[in-house]
Design a protein around this ligand. Structure first.
Ligand SMILES: Nc1ncnc2c1ncn2[C@@H]1O[C@H](COP(=O)(O)OP(=O)(O)OP(=O)(O)O)[C@@H](O)[C@H]1O
Length: 458
């Protein structure tokens, strides 16, 4: 596709991207001295009357709504070959899809974005329009004097609420699309957009879109420590039956705003979710990391062979079942994720699939062990961690006192991921550890075996 020099009075600078129906160019309005984005209908669609009309309709809706939360259309014109083009606000900071491609977002940022996206969709609903294709790549970002601003874009599938219950072709993007949208001719209303808002929320928080409906794994299972009200809101928005969703974008956004006001919201992204690409490299480097693995001298459970794994700083060694040690992250952890004081400490995570650590829908087997910060050592106990554990109910507790460690173990028998945790203090005063074991088949004695083979090295 050759780059045109101009569209009317707008001087073309470069190609920004192409979608299924249109191409978007960055151009400059020399008269007003400002950059603009120009969307031109693709040649192969220009003669399809329905596509042509939809393009014009998108431009009209964006012009009429004229909102801070939606891409603004400043002009609409036609090229000599009769293809229409619209002149829009230029979003200079990419899209929300670019942000989430780097991993889950800090909670405060995710909630801010959700509030602004919800405001944009609310404007559409008030205007009598259903967007029908809300997804991270259709939410653009623009810098402004007061910080980054969200612009909901791409109304190519938008429908007027009055017509939506009449014949409606199936449209939307799998993963973000409500179940009723996948039925051709199915009647839809504003709650289809509420489903998509729930799907975007799910992705901002967990780093991945929700599974196909019906969605059964709440985001809090993947990212523990979320306010329960947020888990409830996202799961209700993702209800397969729209009767159970918030009534419209306004109702959804009001609830996000209320959650943003909750005191003491955890802000940072849990350490195990932050560096996914690094873990993948750690797996690739598995052979090199073999120097860190030794067959454990500890007496093993029948059928389960244990190996020693040392953390990258050489602070401690832990015994873990050999079959679980497919992926390793050996470079420390952030005890702040458990609400504790202090910065980064030595820690390891060894699991069958680190990306699914704490995912109850499809759990992995694994062991996490991390050194507790010195100020926490004296007072830390199981009570300090139960709220961060991704399992319902109370644990079955028992004391540990094996000559090397004293402390407390908790096991959650009702938890589908077979979850056990321990807070341990070295009897020689050398330090303290937090330990998690996940084993969906719930073999008894595994956590004791891990504890027996775990020791501080200095
Ligand atoms: N106002 C804008 N400012 C900056 N970039 C934009 C703007 N509008 C669209 N783009 C970019 O142009 C590209 C094409 O956008 P377009 O809306 O045509 O299609 P799409 O959303 O990528 O795909 P589809 O419409 O098939 O879902 C995208 O990369 C989009 O981010």
């Amino acid at each position: 596709m050759a780059q045109p020099d101009t569209f009317g009075r707008y001087r073309v600078i470069r190609h920004l991207g192409s979608g299924a129906f249109a191409t978007v160019w960055l151009a400059h309005d020399d008269r007003l001295d400002t950059p603009v984005a120009i969307k031109v209908l693709a040649e192969n669609w220009a003669r399809r009357m329905d596509v042509h009309q939809r393009f014009m309709e998108e431009a009209r809706i964006l012009r009429q709504t004229d909102s801070n939360w939606l891409v603004r259309v400043h002009d609409l014109d036609v090229l000599p070959d009769e293809r229409p083009y619209m002149v829009m606000t230029y979003a200079d900071q990419g899209s929300v899809a670019d942000l989430v491609a780097k991993g889950p977002l800090p909670l405060d940022e995710a909630l801010r974005l959700l509030t602004e996206i919800g405001q944009g969709v609310t404007v559409l609903h008030r205007h009598g329009t259903i967007h029908r294709d809300i997804k991270p790549s259709n939410v653009l970002l623009q810098s402004s004097p007061v910080g980054q601003r969200v612009l909901v874009a791409d109304l190519g599938f938008a429908k007027s609420i009055d017509q939506a219950s009449a014949f409606t072709a199936a449209a939307g993007t799998p993963g973000y699309m409500s179940p009723e949208q996948s039925v051709p001719g199915g009647d839809i209303d504003v709650r289809a957009d509420v489903y998509s808002l729930g799907a975007v929320a799910y992705e901002l928080i967990t780093g991945r879109p929700p599974p196909a409906p019906p969605v059964r794994t709440p985001p809090g299972r993947i990212r523990p420590g979320l306010p329960p009200a947020l888990d409830e809101l996202i799961m209700s928005a993702l209800s397969a039956d729209r009767v159970n969703r918030p009534a419209d974008a306004q109702a959804f956004t009001d609830r996000v705003r209320a959650i943003r006001m909750t005191p003491g919201l955890p802000t940072s992204v849990p350490w195990w979710m932050r560096h996914r690409p690094k873990w993948v490299r750690a797996v690739a480097a598995g052979a090199a990391a073999a120097t860190l693995l030794f067959t454990s001298g500890a007496a093993a459970l029948p059928g389960l062979r244990f190996i020693d794994v040392r953390d990258g700083s050489g602070t401690f060694a832990a015994a873990v079942p050999h079959a679980w040690a497919r992926q390793q992250h050996l470079n420390g952890w952030e005890p702040r994720e458990l609400g504790m004081l202090g910065g980064k400490q030595a820690g390891i995570l060894v699991a069958t699939d680190i990306g699914r650590w704490r995912d109850d829908g499809d759990p992995s087997y694994g062991v996490f062990a991390g050194v507790l910060p010195p100020r926490e050592e004296e007072r830390a106990g199981l009570d300090d961690v139960v709220d961060s554990v991704p399992c319902p109910g109370e644990p079955v507790r028992r004391r540990v006192d094996d000559g090397r460690w004293t402390g407390e173990v908790g096991e959650w028998p009702g938890c589908p991921a077979g979850f056990g945790a321990a807070v341990l203090h070295a009897e020689d005063g050398g330090g303290s550890l937090y330990l998690e074991v996940r084993q969906p088949d719930g073999r008894p004695g595994v956590i004791d075996q891990v504890i027996a083979g775990t020791r501080l090295l200095r």
